[in-house]
Design a protein around this ligand. Structure first.
Ligand SMILES: [Zn+2]
Length: 453
């Protein structure tokens, strides 16, 4: 058994056959627990004529229906009198969380302390796989709110013996770095990018601070923007993917996909167009099932829950780090994906085209893009606004050429329409803070579809 260190070595390095046996045991227990404790699943099994005792192995989950965020909203107040997903007595609930999602109505989420311990276990494994130990001190820029991210990381840090600086946002003063000498920061790619710029403006070189690694999470990003961020700070950048529903996956130091903690959450990949599950290596939506250890309890569990994030299973072979748990591609939000001429493109595809090495001499990396109907039917206009350090001093041809060639690289159908003129790409170069989203509150919308479908 190579590499390490591990947070839970026995389970993280289990041989595939033993891991599958453990997963199957937990599938049986979890399904039974859901049938006994969750009013929603009790009805769901009955309505779909499923005998819970016949769900024996993880492959059996593929025959069950899929539920979504909409299903949760339809089984909580005000639609139903009770929270039908709640699967324990109220007096066992340690915390109540909410996830907003895209539709705006928050989903109630109930966690017992056992649930928190399992959530923290997932992040603790991820941190250790990224080289963290009790010698680290980490600035958490993720927000401490109704979603679980920052709190889960904090509990995980306690398990590892790591120090925490719980700032909750990336707009902190540079004295935090100077005085407390943290070794790592958790934040989103763009927040870490802006922080680096601010430090430079104050005369500090980000690569000369005490920071020796960065953890990027909270949204999907392109390899290109990660590479740029890594260069700016002079440290490795590792990716995490987490949600209040319980997916906490992390990239290890091998940077070859995110490990899924398979003994605690089961993930299948589903194609909503085909209405079927897909094979490893094919893209689809992640569908998760909570896995409870035998005898475990949970405030809210999910079986066959559509995350609405798309991903690909990269490998179930042992990783270079020694872990056997499967690895997936960084999930992308379906809500941040747009289709044109039969090709999907995501925010991350635009980001990859923006963060081209030569272009970054002129660009800050901040961008926004809009899709419009063209003047004629069957025409699509793709408008990209790019923030520049100095819009008058930039090589526009270079930036446009680099953008277009990277953007069209893996999109053969859009490329055909670009070449015959029915997919038009327009650019606008703005000065600092010249993008539309700077005038709006909240998370920047970087890809907006304004077509009238
Ligand atoms: Zn690994």
């Amino acid at each position: 058994m190579a590499a390490g260190p591990y947070f839970s070595p026995e389970v993280e390095t289990l041989e595939r056959s033993d891991l599958d046996a453990l997963i199957d045991e937990r599938v049986r227990y979890t399904v039974q627990y859901a049938a006994e404790h969750s009013p929603f699943y009790r009805h769901w099994f009955r309505e779909n004529h499923i005998n819970p005792a016949e769900v024996r192995v993880h492959e059996d989950l593929l025959d069950l229906p899929i539920i979504s965020g909409k299903t949760i909203r339809e089984h909580q107040p005000p639609v139903t009198p009770e929270f039908e997903f709640l699967s324990t007595d109220w007096n066992n609930v340690f915390s109540i969380q909410e996830t907003s999602g895209t539709s705006g109505t928050p989903k109630g989420f109930f966690l017992t302390w056992d649930d928190w311990k399992r959530y923290a276990e997932k992040y603790a494994r991820s941190f250790v796989s990224q080289g963290f130990s009790d010698k680290d001190r980490i600035v958490v820029c993720a927000s401490y709110g109704m979603n679980v991210g920052a709190n889960t990381m904090t509990i995980a840090a306690q398990r590892i013996g790591m120090g925490i600086i719980p700032i909750g946002k990336c707009t902190f003063q540079s004295r935090i770095l100077k005085n407390y000498k943290p070794t790592a920061i958790v934040g989103s790619v763009f927040k870490l990018l802006r922080l680096a710029r601010r430090l430079s403006d104050e005369g500090m070189n980000p690569s000369e601070t005490s920071i020796d690694k960065l953890i990027a999470g909270g949204e999907s990003f392109a390899d290109e923007s990660r590479a740029y961020l890594s260069e700016l700070w002079g440290v490795p950048v590792y990716n995490t993917y987490g949600s209040t529903e319980g997916t906490m996956c992390g990239e290890c130091t091998q940077i070859s996909g995110l490990h899924v903690p398979e003994d605690l959450v089961h993930l299948d990949i589903y194609d909503p167009q085909m209405k079927s599950f897909v094979k490893d290596g094919e893209c689809g939506r992640g569908v998760l099932t909570t896995l409870l250890p035998v005898g475990g309890k949970s405030g809210m569990l999910l079986i066959n829950y559509d995350t609405e994030d798309t991903t690909v299973v990269l490998s179930r072979e042992r990783c270079g780090c020694g872990r056997t748990h499967m690895r997936i591609v960084n999930p992308q939000r379906e809500a941040e994906t747009v289709w044109a001429f039969g090709n999907p493109f995501n925010k991350a595809d635009i980001e990859a085209a923006v963060f081209q090495t030569d272009s970054m001499a002129y660009l800050t990396g901040e961008y926004e893009a809009f899709v419009y109907d063209g003047d004629k039917p069957e025409e699509v206009v793709f408008r990209v606004n790019l923030e520049c350090f100095n819009p008058d001093g930039i090589d526009r041809t270079l930036v446009k050429d680099r953008f277009i060639s990277r953007f069209l690289k893996y999109k053969s159908l859009i490329a055909e329409h670009y070449h015959d003129g029915s997919f038009q790409i327009e650019f606008k170069f703005t000065g600092l803070r010249g993008l539309d989203f700077f005038t709006h509150k909240g998370r920047p919308k970087r890809l907006v579809d304004r077509r009238e479908h």
